[in-house]
Ligand binder design. Structure first.
Ligand SMILES: *[C@@H]1O[C@H](CO)[C@@H](O)[C@H](O)[C@H]1NC(C)=O
Ligand SMILES: *[C@@H]1O[C@H](CO)[C@@H](O)[C@H](O)[C@H]1NC(C)=O
Ligand SMILES: *[C@@H]1O[C@H](CO)[C@@H](O)[C@H](O)[C@H]1NC(C)=O
Length: 200
C-alpha cells in the first residue's frame, strides 16, 4: 500500500516536473519568438526608410531613380553636414560628383525675377545639359522658397536623374548670387562649373 502511494506520488511529481518544464520551455520559446520578431520588425523599420526615403521627397508622389549603394561609409559618417550642402539624394550620390550649379531665387532677392521665364529657362537648361553634358554631370539648382516642391521640384527631379534641387531657404544669410558656388565647399564634388539663370 505504502509503496503504491509512494510510486503514485513520485509519478505525480515527475509529471509535475515535466509539466513545469513544458511551461518553461513554452514560455522561453515564445519569448525568443517575441525577441526575434521584434528585432526583425524593428530592423525593417530602420532599414526601409533609409533605403527608400532618399528617393522620395515628402511632398512628391514619385520616386527618383535608385542610386548605387555607397561602398564607403560616407553616409554614416557625414550626416546632416552633407545634407546641408544640397539634399539627401545629392549626398546619396556619393563622392566624385561633377556639378553644374545655378541659383534660382524669387522677387525678394531679385526684382526683375519673372517666374515663368525662369522656369522656361530652367527647362531649356536641362535639355541643354542632357545634350552637352551627357557624361555624368549633375545640375544643382540652389533655390529659395519661391520654388514649389510639388509643382516644380517633383516633376523635374523624377524625370531627370541628373538634376538636384538644393533648398537654401534656411541659409538666406548667404547672398543668393553666391549660392551657386556652394558646391565648391562640398567634399563630394570633384568638378564644378557655374552658370547663371537669374539676370542681374
Ligand atoms: C553627425 O551628427 C552628430 C550630431 O548631430 C555630430 O555630433 C557629428 O559630429 C556628426 N558627424 C559628422 C561626421 O558630421
Ligand atoms: C505662368 O505660367 C502659368 C502656367 O504655365 C500660367 O497660368 C500663368 O498665366 C503664367 N504667367 C505669366 C505671367 O505668364
Ligand atoms: C525649404 O526649407 C524651408 C525651411 O527650411 C521649408 O519651409 C520649405 O518648405 C522648403 N522648401 C522646399 C521647396 O523644399
Amino acid at each position: 500500500m505504502m509503496t503504491a502511494i509512494r510510486t503514485f506520488a513520485s509519478s505525480i511529481s515527475t509529471n509535475n516536473r515535466r509539466f513545469i518544464y513544458l511551461i518553461f520551455a513554452g514560455a522561453f520559446g515564445s519569448f525568443m519568438i517575441f525577441i526575434i520578431s521584434s528585432l526583425t520588425s524593428s530592423s525593417a523599420w530602420v532599414i526601409l526608410p533609409l533605403q527608400i526615403n532618399y528617393r522620395q521627397r515628402p511632398e512628391c508622389t514619385c520616386l527618383r531613380s535608385e542610386l548605387p549603394l555607397l561602398s564607403s561609409p560616407l553616409t554614416s559618417k557625414q550626416n546632416d553636414s552633407q545634407a546641408f550642402l544640397c539634399s539627401e539624394y545629392a549626398t546619396q550620390r556619393g563622392p566624385h560628383q561633377r556639378i553644374i550649379a545655378i541659383s534660382l531665387f524669387g522677387p525678394k532677392e531679385n526684382r526683375i525675377f519673372q517666374f515663368n521665364r525662369s522656369i522656361n529657362f530652367l527647362h531649356a537648361l536641362i535639355q541643354d545639359l542632357n545634350i552637352r553634358y551627357s557624361d555624368g554631370f549633375i545640375l544643382r539648382i540652389h533655390h529659395d522658397n519661391t520654388i514649389n516642391t510639388a509643382d516644380i521640384i517633383c516633376p523635374i527631379e523624377c524625370k531627370h536623374p541628373n538634376v538636384d534641387f538644393c533648398n537654401m531657404t534656411h541659409k538666406l544669410y548667404i547672398p543668393p548670387k553666391i549660392w551657386r558656388f556652394i558646391p565648391a565647399g562640398d567634399p563630394l564634388v570633384d568638378v564644378i562649373s557655374f552658370t547663371t539663370l537669374n539676370k542681374g
